[in-house]
Design a binder for this molecule. Structure first.
Ligand code: SF4
Ligand code: SF4
Length: 237
């Protein structure tokens, strides 16, 4: 299976206590992906059909290039499932052509009104994930986790003009105060998977980094840290 997340931006209208993007938003509040990066990713994906290509953030419905990017990715035929992960607050950005091109619109339910999204997206394309399924970012590497860990994410991440072995590597490093060294990423060009595998000690690198022990995508952490009923509200709701 191969999957990639394109991190469109780090900006968001909300400030959720469990936000995985928050460390990168604090470091690079104005970051947004440009269309040249989307084009480079498509060229780098020559001959690949990903199981999933996901546009995520931050909040991708705030991204000014969403319509063009969705059109480019759809036309490139590089995936069997083109998805957007969103909070759904800008349902007006989900125009009919965008919804038509997408296979899945996944909304994280933080208690915000969802009626406009339900109206914009047909039920067979709409996935709503309850807030209680979100896990907070740990602040230190817990002793409970041994490497390799089970990685819930298992996708490459395109962000900040580079491709990373996973989308959570930059925010995890920032959260834990680990430098994002150049060898943690590679340029967005053909053969990026092989180059990442070389740097990370072979294919199947997910769950093998030191910081995986403290990552929210670590299955063990998700099981131990995810509250049954999350009660703290997201600010600005
Ligand atoms: S809606 Fe998502 S991106 Fe925005 S603050 Fe909450 S968890 Fe983070
Ligand atoms: S567990 Fe490791 S490989 Fe998986 S998303 Fe987290 S940091 Fe990345």
């Amino acid at each position: 299976m191969s999957a990639v997340q394109l991190i469109a931006n780090y900006a968001c209208q909300l400030k959720c206590p469990h936000c995985v993007a928050e460390p990168s938003r604090a470091a690079l509040p104005d970051y947004r992906m440009d269309l040249e990066t989307v084009e480079r990713f498509i060229l780098a994906s020559k001959g690949i059909v990903y199981n999933f290509v996901t546009i995520a953030g931050g909040e991708p419905l705030l991204w000014g290039h969403l319509a063009e990017a969705v059109g480019m990715l759809k036309a490139a035929k590089i995936t069997t499932s083109l998805r957007v992960f969103t909070n759904g607050l800008r349902a007006d950005a989900l125009t009919p052509p965008i919804v038509e091109a997408l296979d899945v619109v996944r909304i994280s339910d933080h208690g915000q009104p969802l009626d406009a999204c339900r109206a914009a997206v047909p039920p067979e394309k709409l996935q709503i994930v309850p807030r209680k399924k979100h896990t907070p970012l740990p602040t230190e590497i817990p002793t409970l986790a041994r490497l390799p860990v089970g990685c819930f994410c298992r996708s490459y991440g395109v962000t900040e003009g580079r491709v990373f072995p996973c989308p959570l590597l930059p925010p995890n490093c920032r959260k834990l105060g680990i430098p994002i060294r150049p060898e943690f990423s590679t340029e967005i060009s053909e053969g990026y998977m092989e180059r990442i595998a070389e740097r990370m000690g072979g294919p199947g690198h997910w769950g093998k980094f030191v910081l995986c022990a403290a990552c929210v995508a670590n299955v063990e952490i998700r099981q131990k840290n995810t509250p049954k009923n999350r009660s703290e509200p997201c600010e600005s709701l």
